[in-house]
Write a protein that binds this ligand. Structure first.
Ligand SMILES: [Cu+2]
Length: 178
């Protein structure tokens, strides 16, 4: 009898909890969604204009990226690999989009830093990674405001990426090894 009483008590508790859950959960259905487009929304036209401008910017950026990729491929094809490379940093830009080096070789890269006027004292370097996301390091040179010369060993043939560490967006290019 003791067990039966316990079961009855537990059943009662379960029913009570179920009732509570229904009471608590049942109140959420009355709202109407406000997420959809509303033709009377005075900001809709402005939002549409912003969306169009953003789409145009993306298309322009993609086109520029395509032109850049084409320029990189053309330059790489026309350039012989050299173990003695040179690149200039001026006005927070590199003068080259592409460096072409021999595979598995010791190479020197002279980074000429030619900053004057408002750019004087700007420090640059050369950093080379296997991927554009900069997760696999090949070589990272020291930073300086004066001309630098680096020496390192290239990896096997492939397309790698070079950057200036403080100026990733404006100073980058392809490091081609073959
Ligand atoms: Cu830089």
């Amino acid at each position: 009898m003791k067990n039966l009483a316990s079961i009855a008590a537990l059943t009662g508790l379960a029913v009570a909890l179920l009732a509570l859950a229904v009471a608590c959960g049942g109140g959420g259905g009355g709202e109407t969604s406000s997420g959809g487009a509303d033709p009377s929304d005075p900001n809709a036209a402005a939002r549409a204009r912003v969306a169009t401008a953003q789409a145009e910017q993306t298309a322009a950026a993609n086109a520029a990226g395509g032109a850049r990729a084409t320029a990189i491929a053309a330059t790489a094809a026309a350039t012989s690999p050299s173990a003695s490379l040179e690149i200039t940093a001026k006005e927070v830009k590199f003068d080259k989009l592409v460096l072409v080096a021999p595979a598995n070789a010791t190479v020197t890269v002279r980074l000429i830093i030619d900053e004057t006027g408002v750019f004087a004292g700007e420090r640059h370097n050369l950093a080379i990674f296997r991927d554009q996301g900069m997760t696999e390091k090949i070589f990272v040179g020291e930073l300086d405001a004066a001309t630098l010369e680096y020496r390192f060993t290239t990896p096997g043939p492939g397309t790698y990426y070079f950057f200036c560490s403080p100026h990733l967006d404006s100073m980058n290019g392809a490091f081609i090894v073959r």
